[in-house]
Design a protein around this ligand. Sequence first.
Ligand code: HSE
Length: 382
Amino acid sequence: MKIALLGHGVVGSGVSKIIDSGRTDELDRLEVKRILVKDESEMTDPRTTLDFNDILNDPEIGLAAECMGGLEPAHTFVKKALESGKHVVTSNKKMLAVFFEELMETAEANHVTLAYEASVGGGIPWIADLTRIRRIEMPDSFRGIFNGTTNYILSGMYSEGKEFEDMLAEAQKLGYAEQDPSDDIDGMDVRYKCSITAAAAFDKWIDPEKIPVFGIRHIRKKDLDWGRSRGLVCKLIGSGKKNEDGISVLVRPVFLKENDTFAGILQNYNAIESISATLGKAVFIGQGAGSLPTAHAVVQDMIDIVTHTHRFAAEKTRAAGTVNTEPAVWYIRTSCPEAFTAVTAEKTGEDTILTKAVSMDELLPAVRACEDPALFLAEVAE
Ligand code: HSE
């Protein structure tokens, strides 16, 4: 099948590298015909073009891989490609999470596949495995370290005693971070991935805006030192759980017990687990970011499409789901601990407290009232 790449940055260039190497029968079935690039400086390959219409109007191209990132023009290009009867593979979690409903409907209406393995967990075959689990049962819950950049930062701060800023600069240099690393450190990237995972796991589309999110922008070494003194390791965790009222889904740093599997996930590795009735707990660990691992997942989706291995119930549309959260104990470092008096269980330092087990609804009014721009908050595993 002749294919087009939309974008030739970190992921797109990895995709062309893997396909052009053509080492297997499956790879031989894919040929990159066109590559859409942003400007002339990227036109180093005869297949490159600056005009999306060269791809859209080419009937030979049966599949487009969107590796551009960002909302627009990625969303418009994906929609037009689906409407013109081309399959689409995307690594763009932000665009997919926001337009999930609309794009799945478009794929379904045009009898094509929209596949998105690379959008969650980089190279880990998470969506593929989740889809296999779904053939037998709906998972009860999922939980994961979904972001390589923040795991790299937290691991380095914990193991090497470095400060946040130094580790962020290293993660950016290694190509793990988003173009704007705010999406990584403020938890937005994980929020998108949880929205997509909830759709794949529970058949419900959760508007990412509705998922409560706390990032690690304000974490300091002293927070990790506090955790260490209590046998706890901090990780940025996204999770989702079915309950009677809807789906409890949340992104926040969590102080995990040292013997928790996720506490030992180092560097930029991601780890994601699902819990379901007959399989029980299944944990998937691997490279969650970076050029070739993410490109590997994009190419796997392409091969599934070209070999007609439709493991992805991708075309299926999802009804909107209701979000809620369950009570938890929180570590809070703030210049105004008095704002949390009503929920405080223990004052652990001058500017740090531990709360009673409280729901988001009880916690958020105090977070807002305190108006501390440098507040750091993390759930504490019980
Ligand atoms: N910035 C993302 C991360 C890339 O660090 O995990 C993969 O989604």
